[in-house]
Design a protein around this ligand. Structure first.
Ligand SMILES: Cc1ncc(COP(=O)(O)O)c(C=O)c1O
Length: 393
């Protein structure tokens, strides 16, 4: 590889801050040592701050976001239970499929890719379900394939208006710790995050927030669960330990990550992500291109999925950016393959990093024959950054 480093602009894994990297560089440690709870119990408590919750628990499993999806349903549901879901991108589709594979009765509403959770259709289904056959409602907060963010609070309102007792499950894999997410205020029962996105860590942890209501549902839930059993995890976590060998190295990294997030302050973290995302959107506009997200209400502050210029293949664009400029962009997934490219703008990121990615994307598109004015996207992003610069002294 050429000099310099890879510019990582996929929507996860994301760039790892030096402090997180260092925190994971220590010797291996005894996971049953008497002082382990001094480390783990405050970590569990601080994780709740990231999810914006006071009651309930945050459980950390060695696994990935997909494992978190499985944990959510197997701990709370029984075969044949109704699940209300919607499909508007690869990840919302896969979560619904995972539920089907577990023998749940999934009503998956197909939505045009580029839009998010169909709140009105959810409201109708919930009102019509007088027998309360729907036991869980799924929301993919941020669909990473399309760059679409959804309104979780509106789904909560739909549940409340229908006086429906279903559990509300949120996939926050590419939103939590980057985009405002309020577990308690929005009445979310289970929220799933992964370590490799907003938490700025390597892949390998499923971070699952669970409400008291979801915990109560475990009493009657009959789907088989073993590795992801909340019961086993909670019993051991209570005293600061785990039911099996915990990934201590990753937990050390998580501690550093949570310290960074809380040190910056969640509102500042969210505002920074919005500002970075808006700069990318300005660049997209200046290039004369458009987002897959159909309207500003769906704009994601963590990933932009961009239709390629006429005649430019998305896979070729991503390949060229990597080979020629050592820039990693996201490919189009599933039905978007070849038609789009994605810029991930989450995690540890500042203005100049974003400008570098935009410059690389711009040069790549021009190399491949797109007619873009040189520097147009970068200039638009620069202007946005200058106009919204935080005050410095
Ligand atoms: C929104 C969303 N949900 C779930 C997943 C699956 O997570 P993992 O790949 O960590 O299993 C991803 C992965 O990118 C995602 O973006």
């Amino acid at each position: 590889m050429s000099a310099g480093r890879n510019f990582l602009f996929i929507p996860g894994p994301t760039n790892m801050p030096e402090t997180v990297r260092r925190a994971m560089g220590g010797a291996q440690e005894d996971q049953r040592a008497p002082d382990v709870p001094d480390f783990t119990l405050p970590l569990f408590a601080d994780l709740k701050k990231v999810f914006q919750m006071k009651t309930g628990h945050v459980l950390v499993f060695a696994g990935t976001g997909t494992g978190g999806w499985e944990a959510a349903i197997t701990n709370t549901l029984s075969p044949g239970d109704g699940v209300l879901a919607s499909r508007f991108g690869l990840f919302s589709q896969l979560w619904a499929e995972l539920c089907q594979r577990h023998g749940l009765a999934v009503d998956a509403i197909d939505v045009e890719w580029g839009e998010g959770v169909p709140v009105a259709a959810y409201a109708e289904r919930l009102k019509a379900d007088r027998a309360h056959k729907i036991k869980a409602v799924l929301v993919t907060h941020n669909e990473t394939a399309t760059g679409v963010a959804s309104d979780v609070a509106a789904v909560r309102r739909a549940l409340d208006e229908a006086k429906h007792p279903a559990l509300l499950f949120v996939d926050g894999v590419s939103s939590i710790a980057s985009i405002d997410f309020r577990m308690e205020e929005w009445g979310v029962d289970i929220a799933v995050a992964g370590s490799q996105k907003g938490f700025m860590m390597p892949t390998g942890l499923a971070i699952v927030a669970v409400s008291e209501k979801a915990l109560a549902a475990m009493a009657t839930a009959k789907l088989p669960r073993s590795y992801f059993s909340f019961d086993d995890m909670l019993r051991m976590n209570k005293n600061g330990y785990f039911p099996y060998t915990p990934p201590m190295t990753m937990l050390r990294g998580l501690r550093a990550s949570v310290d960074l997030l809380l040190g910056e302050g969640l509102p500042n973290v969210f505002a920074r992500h919005h500002r970075m995302a808006e700069a990318v959107r300005r660049a997209v506009g200046a290039w004369g291109l458009s987002l897959v997200a159909k309207a500003p209400q769906w704009h994601s502050d963590t990933v932009s999925t961009i239709w390629t210029p006429p005649g430019v293949d998305g896979a070729e664009l991503v390949r060229h950016a990597y080979r020629r400029y050592n820039l990693s962009l996201g490919v189009g997934l599933a039905r978007l393959a070849g038609k789009v490219f994605r810029i991930g703008h989450l995690g540890e990121l500042n203005e100049l990093m974003v400008l570098a990615a935009l410059s690389g994307a711009e040069m790549t598109m021009r190399d491949l024959g797109a007619t873009l004015a040189p520097g147009s996207g970068v200039a638009a992003a620069e202007e946005h950054f200058r106009a919204t610069a935080p005050k410095t002294n």
